[in-house]
Design a protein around this ligand. Structure first.
Ligand code: ADP
Length: 490
């Protein structure tokens, strides 16, 4: 079949061109749409980059500000302020928690909240905040979707959304950061969640460092205090050792001197009596024997007192608690000293009846024997030694007065020191150990009492001693206390 070429009409040509134009137009439209989409995507990506760069800036800024100090208070304030300034939270707070399981808020800082709002915020810690902090690393609560309790809480704080960022150290909750918006409801993208988690991690690091630094400082301080205390104790112990050493040297030299003196006399008289027995007159023999008797007594007294003081000082002394009548104890001492007293009058002044106390009768008599014995040594002939007693609120006060020369003020405490004796005529004539009064003080102290001297030179001595009733003491055989016969009371 033969094909006949028939040129297109002008109209048909125009139609074709129109179709092509339409197609090209459609293509253009598609390209334009793709372009717009790409531009939008680029724009969004740009925005995201901008946001991430600004977040990194924020992290960097807050990081350098909180890591430049170890002061916890400064760190907390910086974080709270950064939440408001850098992250646009109208109300924010940061709380450092107690180390204990209870996690009580310990220290905190806040911005934007009023004081009463912030108090109310923390009052809901146990009920709302703590469970939220334990549930998520970035916790967001918004008024629009909040359960009832939370909705009321958010409304009471006039906020529409609350972000909570727990701060953890080795998975232990050490605190949290809170940020609230008042009108805008916050929504979080994954990137924002990551950012807030990093923000909280940075804050935890700074807080933990500050806490460790503080703990280190505290430990240092304690260590320093301990070292100082130990050094002080050592210096004191050293001082005491030096004193004891001195006392020991004094003791040894005095004891050897005191023991040698009577021993030399004893030995001398025994040698004389042994070798010259026949040549010695009866009168002299009597004299020598009486010296021997006195010196042996002195030796015995010295040894007894040395043993007493050593037993008291080493704590090897037993107190036999019994019910004691002090007037009766004094009477026994008077009876023992009656012959020695000679022309000196011994007077007893006690109200009748006088309260009994619980004490060791032998030790009390030893105290009175020493005090009254000393007074006798110093009393002028015809002088009076008065022992009186008074009931006091918690015990009794006993006084021993004499009319001797008395003791100067500066010596009044020294006479209670071991081996201390005044340098006077009486002492030169009456050898002693200087142990009587220290023994008295130690014995009175063992009873829970005190002994001291009030005296004026030339006005006689006035020894005073207090003794508690000691009714709480367990009474040993030979006396009755609270569990036996009731104590008499004046
Ligand atoms: P001692 O009697 O063995 O010397 P004490 O310890 O009993 O030792 O007494 C210490 C010193 O106190 C005595 O040496 C004496 O100088 C002084 N003294 C004690 N009692 C009296 C007193 N009543 N009057 C004056 N001096 C006293």
């Amino acid at each position: 079949m033969r094909r006949i070429y028939k040129p297109k009409s002008k109209v048909a040509k125009a139609d074709d061109t129109l179709v092509e134009l339409r197609k090209a137009n459609e293509e253009l439209d598609r390209n334009a749409q793709t372009l717009i989409r790409t531009d939008l995507q680029l724009h969004r990506a740009n925005e995201r980059f901008d946001q991430q760069i600004s977040q990194l800036h924020t992290l960097h800024r807050i990081g350098s500000s909180i890591n430049s100090t170890f002061d916890l208070e400064v760190i907390l304030s910086a974080i709270s302020e950064s939440m408001a300034k850098d992250l646009d939270f109208e109300k924010s707070g940061i709380v450092f928690l107690e180390k204990k399981i209870s996690h009580k808020p310990l220290q905190s800082a806040y911005t934007g909240f009023s004081a009463s709002e912030y108090r109310h915020f923390l009052d809901n810690f146990d009920e709302l905040l703590l469970p939220a902090l334990q549930s998520e690393d970035v916790y967001l609560q918004t008024a629009a979707y909040a359960p009832e309790g939370w909705a009321r809480f958010l409304a009471s704080l006039s906020i529409s959304s609350l972000l909570l960022l727990p701060m953890r150290m080795k998975s232990r909750l050490i605190g949290f950061i809170a940020g609230a918006r008042t009108h805008v409801t916050l929504r979080l993208t994954e990137a924002e969640r990551r950012f807030y988690a990093m923000y909280a991690a940075q804050a935890s690091g700074a807080i933990e460092n500050a806490r460790l630094y503080e703990a280190l400082g505290q430990a240092n301080l304690t260590l320093e205090e301990k070292v100082q205390e130990r050094t002080k104790n050592l210096v004191e112990a050293n001082e005491r050792l030096r004193e004891l050493d001195q006392v020991k040297s004094n003791f040894i030299s005095l004891v050897s001197h005191e023991l040698r003196t009577p021993l030399t006399a004893i030995k001398g008289f025994i040698v004389t009596l042994y070798h010259y027995d026949k040549e010695i007159s009866e009168e002299k023999r009597h004299l020598y024997l009486s010296v021997l008797n006195e010196e042996t007594d002195r030796l015995t007294r010295l040894i007894t007192e040395l043993l007493d003081i050593s037993r008291i000082e080493s704590g090897r002394i037993d107190i036999q608690w019994q019910v004691v009548s002090i007037p009766q104890a004094i009477q026994r001492v008077f009876d023992t000293l009656a012959i020695k007293a000679g022309p000196v009058k011994l007077v007893k002044q006690f109200p009748e009846p006088f309260t009994d106390i619980v004490a060791d009768p032998d030790k009390l008599e030893q105290v009175f024997m020493n005090l009254i014995g000393n007074s006798l040594k110093y009393s002028p002939p015809g002088g009076i030694i008065t022992v009186s007693g008074r009931r006091q609120q918690d015990g009794v006060l006993i006084e021993v007065r004499d009319e001797g020369p008395g003791i100067a003020f500066g010596e009044q405490e020294k006479i209670f020191d071991k081996f201390y004796r005044l340098d006077n005529e009486t002492n030169r004539k009456n050898p002693g150990t200087g142990l009587g009064l220290p023994i008295c003080r130690a014995l009175v102290n063992l009873h829970g009492g005190k002994i001291w001297l009030e005296s004026e030179e030339g006005q006689g001595c006035h020894f005073l001693l207090t003794l508690p009733l000691n009714r709480d003491k367990r009474v040993t055989a030979g006396g009755e206390g609270e569990n036996g016969c009731p104590l008499k009371s004046a």
